[in-house]
Design a binder for this molecule. Structure first.
Ligand SMILES: Cc1ncc(COP(=O)(O)O)c(C=O)c1O
Length: 412
């Protein structure tokens, strides 16, 4: 089959909606357009049935019960509801003090976790932001060392969105359960790709999002444990009392139907897809690291999502590299904030220097990537890196065996 350009290798940012998902959604825009909260006619019942069916499909993907699924607009909302909702519900009163408590998270979490934690900090909660080690993996041991008698909540992502590293989630959950601390995980990059069982993995609250699993944008879910323990959350939005009072607002029925269908497809196809993408990722990494020098794979060598890689290419400038491969859609290690290019705070937190952070690429494979596309990407990246290095005086010095970190640059 002819290669169609540009090719998309940014599936950690968002995924194309699966045509089978679109097909499942379509009737809920037109003939089955009812409001799932309308209790007194067939249009409402039909919509409610569809939402309940999607709840079961979503729950089945993570080993939960349908009643434990709360619909949201995506992972940002799920994280906000989980973190602020749990902290405010489980806050404890000190001696004559307002109700507060201690929360543990990590410095390389997504902003949709960091920012709710920072808001709670401003409200008087104590938050520990664990510094990740060089490999990016937060261990149960690191969490245990940070626990305090007043710890009420631990929130740590399952897999990191930039480097794909996998935290010790079941072990951390176990630790929290032993101490009756609520454990939330942002599983946006994990669920649908990797086997998940909230019982086996000791999870109380879990966030995930439609647009990372081939469903539309604007729909997500929060798993809220109902037994051992029954987790309670303070609502972040007041209104009609939908979703057991935890999240008011008329449900986006077509999106929810799509989310359910996407979960069902992921559950059925996950094992084969994971194996296929892992092979492609291995090829990408093996070829790029063997055919180019000064290439670094960021994050733990093995504890990483099988479909994602984050690599730094020494002696090239990240934005020039992206321009050099402009028919391969992927992410760089720089974030455009206002007018300046900031190196990724995730890479920085692992101790990756600014230069290498700027010269990094995140390639995240998905359902529609083919072996031909991977070959094309390998070829394109090698050509672009070699071209940029051919114009780099620093690379010339490196080739002459000069350690450029030891050069004393003269300033005039
Ligand atoms: C780890 C993680 N958490 C949260 C989010 C936010 O998800 P949403 O876009 O569904 O709000 C993302 C999206 O990039 C993510 O990767």
């Amino acid at each position: 089959m002819a290669l169609k350009l540009p090719i998309y290798m940014d599936n950690a940012a968002t995924t194309r909606v699966d045509p089978r998902v679109v097909e499942a959604m379509l009737p809920y825009f037109t003939e089955r357009f009812g409001n799932s909260a309308s209790r007194n006619h067939r249009f409402g019942w039909e919509a409610e049935d569809a939402v309940d069916n999607a709840r079961e499909q979503a729950a089945a993907l993570i080993g939960a019960g349908g009643k434990e699924i709360i619909w949201t607009s995506g992972s940002s909302e799920s994280n906000n509801l989980a973190i602020k909702g749990a902290a405010r519900m489980y806050a404890k009163a000190g001696d004559g003090q307002p109700k507060r408590g201690h929360i543990i998270t990590a410095a390389h979490e997504h902003k949709a976790v960091l920012d709710p934690c920072k808001r709670l900090q401003r409200e008087g909660f104590d938050v520990t932001f664990l510094d990740p080690p060089k490999d990016g993996v937060i261990t149960a041991k690191a969490v245990e060392a940070a626990l305090r008698p007043d710890t009420i909540l631990v929130t740590l992502m399952w897999a990191n969105n930039e480097i794909g590293t996998i935290n010790e989630v079941p072990e951390i959950g176990n630790l929290c359960h032993d101490r009756e601390i609520i454990f939330h995980t942002d599983a946006t990059q994990w669920v649908g790709k990797m086997p998940t069982d909230v019982e086996r993995d000791n999870i109380d609250l879990l966030s995930w999002s439609g647009h990372k699993i081939y469903a539309p944008k604007g729909v997500g879910a929060l798993y809220v444990r109902r037994r051992k323990p029954r987790v309670r959350l303070e609502a972040q939005m007041d209104g009609g009392g939908h979703e057991r009072g935890m999240r008011s607002g008329t449900l986006a029925v077509p999106n929810i139907v799509g989310f359910g269908k996407a979960c069902e497809l992921c559950k059925n196809e996950m094992d084969a897809e994971r194996e296929r993408l892992h092979k492609l990722r291995r090829k990408l990494e093996t070829e790029l690291t063997s055919k180019l020098e000064v290439v670094q794979i960021n994050g733990h060598a093995e504890r990483r999502l099988p479909h994602l890689t984050n690599m730094s290419f020494g002696f090239v400038e990240g934005e020039s590299l992206l321009m050099g491969i402009n028919d391969i859609a992927c992410s760089s290690g720089s974030a455009c904030t206002s007018a300046s290019l900031e190196p990724s705070y995730v890479l920085k937190s692992l101790g990756v220097g600014d230069e290498l952070a700027h010269s990094s690429l995140r390639l995240s494979l998905g359902r529609w990537n083919t072996a031909e596309e991977v070959d094309y990407a390998i070829d394109g990246i090698i050509k672009a890196v070699n071209h940029l290095r051919s114009m780099s005086p620093l690379y010339d010095l490196h080739k002459e065996g000069i350690d450029i970190t030891k050069i004393q640059w003269q300033s005039h």
